[in-house]
Design a protein around this ligand. Structure first.
Ligand SMILES: C[S@@+](CC[C@H](N)C(=O)[O-])C[C@H]1O[C@@H](n2cnc3c(N)ncnc32)[C@H](O)[C@@H]1O
Length: 285
């Protein structure tokens, strides 16, 4: 089945059962990579794609199999030059490795099986060292694109901070609105504190306000915390940022995909990438 490992088809290896709303984030990711790398690829000798919760590489959605984020990055036509994947679950990591073995780019991949909040140290050390060498050789630093796709709140703010402190790190983050509301409701404030890197979210969160207003405030708070690392965070007072908000069939907000870059041109690419992949508005939303 190796000939099917990189195709959106069953190949005998484990897949990740998923709801159809994953399609929006995957489409946003693939379109962003295409637009951004086509536009700036020549300017950057090294483009790292970093996927810290990569899954097995394929998702089962209804009756079809779709490529997951790591295989999207690996098979996109204008591709990054280096790939760093991580997946905690050994079975899923093994499936991902087998699929990667079918890629002509396999020598550019390093894959890890670790907790997202631990693996980050060695990945950032590697990028820092590449950037140091680039400075010595008077070359551009590494352009990094990180796709952070947690299931809930397991991605700690200190991890995002480590990524954000790299010279050039564009961030696409699956912001689990559902996970936040659920953990706040259950009184798991320590979990929420680790996610935001502070307990100050308590000063701005209004549990009685509408889900849309509540989400807005929490996302803006999270994004604004990136500003001190040089991120270009523009927040329209009426509309907020350019994130995509995804709900399930019961109109409950599941996640928002948020984007942050230190360069305004990347915001333009993201806007372009997401303009056609926003979920149609559900009734009453
Ligand atoms: C939402 S899924 C990722 C899906 C994948 N990005 C895709 O597009 O197909 C999240 C993944 O993170 C893994 N995971 C959960 N907790 C983790 C942790 N603490 N560290 C690393 N991976 C973790 C899960 O096993 C799961 O495969």
């Amino acid at each position: 089945m190796i000939e099917k490992y990189l195709l959106p088809e069953p190949d005998g290896l484990p897949t990740r059962p998923s709801q159809d709303y994953v399609l929006y984030k995957l489409k946003a990711l693939s379109t962003y990579l295409k637009i951004a790398i086509t536009a700036v690829g020549k300017k950057w000798p090294e483009i790292f794609y970093i996927d810290l919760q990569a899954g097995p590489g394929k998702n089962d959605v209804g009756n079809s199999v779709v490529l997951g984020s790591p295989l999207i990055a690996l098979t996109t036509e204008k591709h990054p030059t280096q790939f760093r994947f991580n997946e905690l679950d050994p079975e899923l990591k093994n499936a991902l490795d087998q699929r990667i073995s079918a890629s002509p780019l396999k020598d550019r991949v390093k894959s890890y099986q670790a907790d997202v909040n631990e693996v980050i140290i060695q990945i950032c050390d590697e990028i820092r060292e590449r950037d140091r060498l680039a400075r010595v050789n008077r070359q551009p630093s590494v352009l990094n694109i990180a796709f952070l796709d947690p299931e809930g709140l397991e991605l700690h703010w200190v991890t995002v901070e480590q990524l954000a402190s790299m010279n050039r790190m564009d961030l696409i983050i699956n912001f689990s609105t559902q996970g936040i509301i659920r953990n706040i409701g259950a009184g798991n404030f320590e979990v929420v504190n680790r996610f935001f890197g502070t307990d100050q979210w308590r000063e701005i969160d209004k549990p009685g306000s509408s889900p849309v207003a509540r989400r807005r405030v929490l996302i803006d708070f999270y994004r604004q915390r990136l500003e001190k690392f040089g991120y270009h965070i523009k927040i329209d007072p009426e509309l907020g940022g350019d994130e995509i908000a995804i709900s399930n069939s019961k109109n409950s907000q599941i996640y928002s995909l948020i984007f942050a870059s230190k360069h305004p041109i990347a915001d333009k690419f993201w806007k372009e990438a997401t303009k056609n992949v926003k979920q149609p508005r559900l009734l009453g939303f």
